[in-house]
Design a protein around this ligand. Structure first.
Ligand code: SF4
Length: 350
């Protein structure tokens, strides 16, 4: 019989499972701490367990993690990690350093059904949703690559897949990564980014994590062309859900806005974007498009990007432009792929 996977368990579930095996419940906390917090998987090192229990632990659970296939390190410190998820498929996580944080971008699905036109992952239909242990496992494996003293401080669900298309596994993985007996990542340092699955935005609110929304269009016509999900949940419904999230949490929403030449980058678009978002407490991240084959879009000229940003600033929007990093590795937002060989030219925008 297949053993239950350790990294699928919240602490409460592990406690129940351990009690069910006739052991004291507090052993779950100890085991969680050894494995998640201290990164120990050599059971002989778990010195507060009896010899008998040390032998029993590996018989109770499967401690498997997604296998690392490749690690690509950029000259700027950005690291992309490619994981084998079986059946010849892979997913990617990206470690992104900055002065005050180390962020990991996690994948939630193999491929994606949302079909956003600018996104390379969206061209690869959904093949399967990742299980909780595969999401937690990306974090755990990445943490094991770090130098002593380094720690992943922030998590963004902006890798492959639409996280709200796989909500149970995503929110359970957040609970596991947040556990004080585990990795203790603050909920306020976790961001779930959605293309706009409106009915599930309240789950982001309930989870107490930050919300990012991929906007990429200033009216329903343009947004529906760029992001087909808009036909199902148009802008007004999406913005109303964002307002409700802000009211309930006191947080700001981050709107991601990809600049596509001739589609979303005019001065009028900047003005419309300001008007559209000004009733939502928010900041706007503008992301100059990273070109890749088959996308059909191009990146605006630098002066047009600056002009767009300056117009938003002039109007009073809180706007940031993502810094481009990791040019020498395959790691761009919206450019991740299920098959390594097909990866387009690398760029990572932050
Ligand atoms: S941008 Fe996100 S939601 Fe849209 S197709 Fe790509 S992975 Fe899916």
């Amino acid at each position: 019989m297949e053993k239950p996977k350790f990294f699928n368990h919240t602490l409460a579930e592990l406690t129940t499972a351990i009690k069910g095996l006739g052991k004291e419940g507090f052993r779950a906390q100890q085991l969680y701490r050894w494995v998640h917090q201290l990164g120990v998987q050599d059971f002989d090192k778990m010195t507060n367990f009896s010899k008998e229990f040390r032998k029993e632990v590996p018989e109770m659970f499967d401690f498997c993690l997604p296998e690392i296939l490749k690690v690509h390190k950029s000259v700027d410190g950005t690291t992309k990690i490619l994981f084998n998820v079986g059946a010849g498929k892979s997913v990617e996580a990206v470690l992104i350093p900055s002065t005050d944080r180390l962020t990991i971008c996690l994948s939630s699905e193999v491929g994606c059904n949302m079909a956003c036109k600018f996104c390379y992952t969206g061209k690869q239909k959904l093949q399967r949703k990742l299980e909780t242990w595969e999401i937690v496992g990306q974090f755990v494996q990445a943490a094991r690559l770090l130098e002593p003293g380094q720690r992943i401080s922030n998590i963004v669900f902006m890798g492959m897949g639409e996280p709200l298309d796989n909500p149970d596994a995503v929110f359970k993985s957040i609970e596991i990564l947040h556990s004080e007996w585990g990795l203790n990542v603050s909920r306020k340092r976790v961001t779930v980014s959605t293309s706009g699955i409106v009915p599930l935005i309240p789950r982001v609110t309930e989870a107490g994590v930050r919300l990012a929304v991929s906007l990429n269009g200033v009216n329903d016509k343009i947004r529906s062309e760029v992001m087909p999900i808009n036909k199902r949940w148009p802008l007004e419904q999406l913005l109303q859900a964002c307002r409700e999230h802000c009211e309930a949490t006191g947080d700001k929403v981050t709107f991601e806005y990809v600049l596509l030449k001739g589609v979303t980058d005019s001065l009028q678009d900047a003005r419309d974007l300001h008007d559209l978002t000004r009733t939502v407490p928010c900041k706007i991240n503008i992301i100059p498009f990273n070109e890749h084959p088959e996308s059909g879009f191009t990146r605006p000229a630098e002066q047009d990007i600056v002009r767009f940003q300056n117009e938003l600033i002039r109007l009073g929007s809180h706007v940031l432009r993502r810094k481009t990093m990791g040019r020498d590795i395959y790691a761009a937002c919206g450019q991740l792929t299920t098959a390594v060989k097909k990866s387009p030219e690398p760029q990572l925008t932050l």
